[in-house]
Write a protein that binds this ligand. Structure first.
Ligand code: PLP
Length: 464
């Protein structure tokens, strides 16, 4: 159940600002207790995705980098030229993974955003504005396979773009390119393919999608939010199947790749990369007649912290190609070992041909009974639907010795459990992010309760 007051018993609740200052020591002791309790949930490798790096030494190093620039607002670039170094080099290093040498006749560009969703909605905004300016499109639409992330629907919602969902191929879990082609019309601004998609970790048929985009004269976004910082290294290491999904394909016009996932940076950064700087320019915003002065921002955000740029840059420079290759090797090997464990049970079926991240279902059992049992053993998978399935994005914590073996042993016990409980309603279900309701209703509930308390107090104070 969602809990609006998760630490109330141990630390009380701040309903208003405390009257007097609280000491650094007291606050840090409280934060340490919370962080230690919460880190314990993933440190043993039981949690899918989320903590991509999982290495406290790396986190401590990035905390130092963050600390030097956390207070800096990179919108005020004249007093923080370092931000230009960090941002420019993050973009250049990210671009270098996606074969920019294949780009001819245009200059690539990029920006650093606050996360995968901002990269995706920014791409949609840029495509919309370019299509309006160059093709006179007033009622834009965007075509995606059903498996593409809801951030595309969010972008459509925010910017008045109709988002059209095409079915996916149930066998491969990849986009059905013919179905996407049928949805494209004169008002289509762009399409998307994922590398890989969130649900199954599989890669859409990118070469076919690229051909489709070129043929119809529209943009193509590659959602590499999840896979952008691991698949290129997987390809270098020879793992399969990782077909080209980047600027080697002529139709690919933008790529999102999250530094806060397999880039191993702190939460709060992603990259959005452009084949052609002219599309990137669509994201600049100008208000030149404001009494606060001529205003310009390079993207959706206004003020941004230099700390996140510094930490992300530090992560990339520290790990280098070798560091990413080694971490990728461990993730792929662990994922393939876990997939073997799934395949050893005829009751279970892996969806498509995944690599670092995989999903499995069952045609014989309720997969959520399997999940119920695994949850009891501490595992936290992500639940999928249509079909019901469990998703595991293998990350640093799973690569520790013994984790894949523990997964195999627990899974072997989960099968008889699921058989025994057939016909009963399972306790778990297909909810993104693990907790029913998610964060917003909890915070809303908290505020509602606090406000009710405040109003009671005010009403009980006699008028002077
Ligand atoms: C494929 C894919 N795209 C986009 C996103 C959205 O990223 P974020 O949660 O950083 O906004 C995710 C998140 O998991 C993802 O897996």
């Amino acid at each position: 159940m969602a809990n609006e007051f998760p630490y109330a018993e141990r630390f009380g609740v701040h309903r208003v600002l405390p009257e007097r200052p609280t000491s650094h020591e007291e606050i840090l002791a409280e934060l340490t207790a919370m962080a230690q309790a919460e880190d314990a949930a993933w440190e043993d490798g039981s949690c899918s995705g989320t903590m991509y790096c999982g290495d406290h030494e790396h986190y401590d190093f990035m905390t130092q980098a963050f600390g030097k620039f956390g207070h800096v607002n990179v919108l005020q670039r004249d007093i923080c030229p370092s931000a230009t170094v960090f941002e420019g080099e993050i973009v250049a290093m990210a671009l270098s993974l996606f074969h920019p040498e294949a780009i001819t006749g245009s200059t690539p560009a990029g920006s650093v955003t606050s996360g995968g969703s901002e990269s995706i909605v920014s791409a949609l905004l840029a495509y919309r504005d370019q299509a309006r300016a160059e093709r006179g499109i007033e009622r834009p639409n965007f075509v995606k396979p059903l498996s593409a992330h809801p951030a595309f629907d969010k972008g459509g919602h925010l910017f008045g773009i109709e988002v059209r969902d095409a079915p996916i191929d149930p066998e491969t879990t990849g986009a059905d390119v013919d179905a996407m082609a049928d949805l494209i019309d004169d008002d289509t601004i762009a399409i998307v393919g994922s590398a890989g998609n969130y649900g199954y970790g599989t890669i859409d048929p990118m070469a076919d999608l690229s051909e489709l985009a070129v043929d119809r004269g529209i943009g193509m976004h590659v959602d590499g939010c999840l896979g952008g910082f691991i698949l290129p290294f997987g390809e270098m290491l020879g793992y399969e199947p990782i077909p080209p999904f980047d600027f080697r394909l002529p139709g690919v016009t933008t790529i999102s790749a999250d530094t806060h996932k397999y880039g191993y940076g702190f939460k709060g950064t992603s990259t959005l990369l452009f084949r052609d700087e002219s599309l990137r320019r669509c994201l600049y915003f100008f208000k030149t007649d404001w009494n606060g002065g001529k205003y310009m921002s390079p993207g959706i955000a206004g003020s941004r912290s230099g700390g996140l740029l510094a930490a992300t840059w530090s992560s990339m420079v520290h790990l280098g190609r070798e560091g990413y290759l080694e971490r990728a090797r461990r993730v792929f090997e662990t994922s393939f070992a876990m997939q073997d464990a799934v395949r050893s049970h005829p009751e279970l079926r892996i969806l498509g041909r995944p690599t670092f991240c995989f999903a499995f279902t069952s045609d014989k059992l309720d997969i959520y009974h399997v999940n119920d049992f695994m949850k009891g053993r501490g595992w936290r998978f992500n639940g999928l639907q249509y079909p019901d399935a469990l998703h595991m994005a293998v990350t640093g914590p799973q690569t520790q010795p013994g984790v894949a073996d523990r997964f195999a042993a627990d899974l072997a016990e989960a099968i008889p459990y699921a058989r025994e409980h057939a016909g009963e309603p399972p306790h778990t279900g297909a909810i993104y992010g693990g907790a029913p309701g998610g964060a917003t209703p909890e915070v809303d509930g908290f505020i509602k309760d606090v406000m009710a308390g405040l109003l009671d107090t005010m009403q009980s104070v006699p008028p002077e």
